[in-house]
Design a binder for this molecule. Structure first.
Ligand code: PRP
Ligand code: URA
Length: 215
């Protein structure tokens, strides 16, 4: 499935703490409160990897001992773009890492029969085309929702788009990479595939329902 795609654009975060937390999240025994906490924590770990190449510049600092030169972030600003609903669960973890980031919202839901995404809301920062966009959604299944989100941002002139998901199906990774020549994908797991209802197997069920306790 993934043999003929450019996996250099995919980062699998296989840190032991990430894998441990993901195992707890997947369990049917894990309740809403703990699930929500784990989504936030994993987003923070993932954000750490997704921002690894952010450029630095020199800054003069006076310590209690002497003057010195340190590093600070330079370059373009950041926008966090959650795909509603489930992407909202990842926002706070990323804001802890990048407190100055702006947040834009893209509302998408999958039709339960066709599995096609439908956009119902979009509100992003006015200067979005000058920002690095971290698109966040815990689940990358068929890829339809993420592809539409990426297309929307490209149409707004965004250059640097990074898709941060927690669990991905190979089908979704392939579809996203084939739909956009530049986007980079960060994920904590690449699962076996999709079932007949287009849910990720083994996955973790419906991420939105588990975050918000709606089932
Ligand atoms: C889920 C999930 C993704 C999408 C993934 O959202 O949070 O947005 O499905 O599936 P895809 O890759 O096949 O598009 P859902 O549509 O269930 O909406 P919700 O977050 O409001 O529950
Ligand atoms: N959306 C989810 O929340 N889970 C899946 O497995 C697929 C789509």
């Amino acid at each position: 499935m993934l043999q003929d795609v450019d996996m250099s654009r995919v980062t699998l975060i296989d840190h032991p703490l990430v894998q441990h937390k993901l195992a707890i999240m997947r369990s049917i025994e894990t309740g809403t409160k703990q699930f929500r906490e784990l989504v936030r924590e994993l987003a923070l770990f993932e954000g750490y990897e997704a921002t690894r190449d952010f450029p630095l510049e020199d800054v003069a600092v006076t310590t209690p001992i002497c003057d010195t030169v340190c590093k600070q972030l330079s370059g373009r600003k950041v926008a966090i773009i959650p795909i509603l609903r489930a992407g909202l669960g990842m926002v706070d973890g990323l804001l802890e890492l990048v407190p100055s980031a702006r947040v834009g919202h893209l509302g998408m839901y999958r039709d339960e029969v066709t599995h096609e995404p439908h956009e119902y809301y979009a509100k992003v920062p006015a200067d979005i085309d000058h920002r690095i966009c971290l698109v966040v959604d815990p689940m990358l299944a068929t890829g339809g929702s993420s592809i539409d989100a990426i297309k929307y941002l490209r149409a707004q002139g965004v250059q640097d788009i990074r898709l941060l998901v927690l669990v991905a199906a190979p089908e979704g990774i392939k579809a996203v990479l084939n739909s956009d020549a530049q986007v980079r994908v960060f994920t904590c797991a690449i699962d076996e595939g999709l079932n007949e209802a287009a849910y990720i197997v083994p996955g973790l069920g419906d991420a939105g329902d588990r975050i918000f306790g709606t089932k």
